[in-house]
Design a protein around this ligand. Structure first.
Ligand SMILES: NC(=O)c1ccc[n+]([C@@H]2O[C@H](COP(=O)([O-])OP(=O)(O)OC[C@H]3O[C@@H](n4cnc5c(N)ncnc54)[C@H](OP(=O)(O)O)[C@@H]3O)[C@@H](O)[C@H]2O)c1
Length: 328
């Protein structure tokens, strides 16, 4: 795989990043450890986790920590093989200080993440969601402290708009704090509400690391009109994490499948290759249940989608694109 720059960090990352949100369930610990090793052996050098991830058991405010612990075990003896990203900010309990981007929460959680990950340093520390209760100055001063203490190397954002990223750059330059190097946003053919932010990221060397480019598996061709979902699929196992399928959505999925078929590649590979060719893309955060799914993503990173297909994808999946889930 040809490595890509992660924004202005100087880090070179594989165009596929292994997502770990399903570690614990349905990907049990032993399988998850094997999956991490298989991904590294395929050339994936970028792993994304979060303090809240605990697989399908996750409910709003539960304790989290499961995926980080598994990743920590998987990287024992292989720590230098991976650029390790984790996140802070999502709710981890019922208390008012159990969430958000206050100095209190960040400085507590960075210690918890380091312990669970069994590492001295987090390569990329990502603020998971905007926090309306905390001024960005407070958050960034806390991140700066983590960097100065050697606990964190680089600072990234997730689910933040270009205007918020702009404010982060502005504050970093004004105060000598670390600049934001990456932006993890939802981005798929079906969901492009951050599309107009991509040129800003390209211009300011913020590497975009989109999540759910396969839209949780919808864009892989496995869900067919008038057929029930495959038994081991996310739609069968965890429907709450999936969009409801309707005729309009099936039309789009079939349209994408037809375009992929013209190039004789699978919808999953077509979708991921298309996403990698969007502006500012550094690495796609892809969820995988099995090593074959990682292999599919790695293969997609070597495919070039012809220019004329971009307009045709827009015809199949026209705006307005889906907005973020209201729960968030
Ligand atoms: N920053 C944030 O707020 C945020 C939010 C969500 C996710 N994330 C990150 O993004 C990662 C990916 O999210 P995601 O897993 O929800 O989305 P996704 O990558 O769009 O979907 C992954 C799922 O699609 C199916 N799949 C993957 N490759 C396939 C293939 N080649 N053929 C058929 N099915 C395939 C698998 O599910 P089944 O086999 O079970 O069907 C897999 O678990 C997460 O692990 C996490 O690291 C970040």
């Amino acid at each position: 795989m040809q490595l890509r720059e992660l924004g202005a960090s100087g880090l070179l990352v594989s165009p596929i990043c292994l997502g770990t949100m399903t570690f614990g369930e349905p990907v049990a610990e032993a399988d998850a450890v094997k999956l991490v090793h298989a991904a590294i052996d395929m050339g994936v050098n970028f792993i994304d986790t979060a303090n809240v991830y605990e697989g399908y058991k996750r409910v709003l405010g539960s304790a989290g920590g499961v995926a980080e612990e598994i990743v920590g075990k998987a990287l024992l003896g292989r720590r230098n093989d991976a650029v390790l990203a984790t996140k802070v900010g999502a709710p981890l309990g019922a208390g008012p200080q159990d969430r958000g981007l206050s100095a209190s929460h960040i400085l507590r959680e960075v210690e918890q993440s380091l312990r669970r990950l069994q590492t001295d340093v987090i390569d990329l520390y990502i603020v998971h969601w905007p926090d309306k209760h905390t001024p960005l100055e407070t958050t960034m001063a806390a991140i700066d402290q983590c960097v100065r203490q050697g606990k964190v190397r680089y600072f990234g954002a997730s689910n933040h708009s270009a205007a918020q990223l702009c404010e982060m750059l502005w504050l970093a330059d004004a105060n000598g704090w670390p600049r934001v190097v990456s932006s993890q946003i939802p981005y798929s053919m079906l969901r492009r509400e951050f599309h107009n932010d991509l040129p800003f990221c390209a211009k300011h060397q913020i590497g975009v690391t989109p999540y759910q480019s396969l839209q949780g598996g919808l864009l892989t061709g496995k869900y067919r009109r008038s057929e029930s979902a495959p038994a081991d699929s996310r739609l069968a196992e965890k429907p709450a994490w999936m969009w409801e399928l309707n005729d309009g959505l099936y039309d789009q999925l079939e349209g994408v499948e037809q375009l992929a078929g013209e190039l004789d590649i699978s919808p999953a590979r077509y979708t991921l290759a298309w996403t990698l060719q969007q502006p500012a893309m550094s690495s796609l955060v892809v969820g995988a249940k099995r090593a074959e799914q990682v292999a599919d993503a790695v293969a997609a990173s070597q495919i070039a989608i012809p220019e004329e297909h971009f307009e045709r994808v827009d015809q199949v999946c026209p705006p307005p694109w889906r907005q973020p889930d209201p729960i968030r």
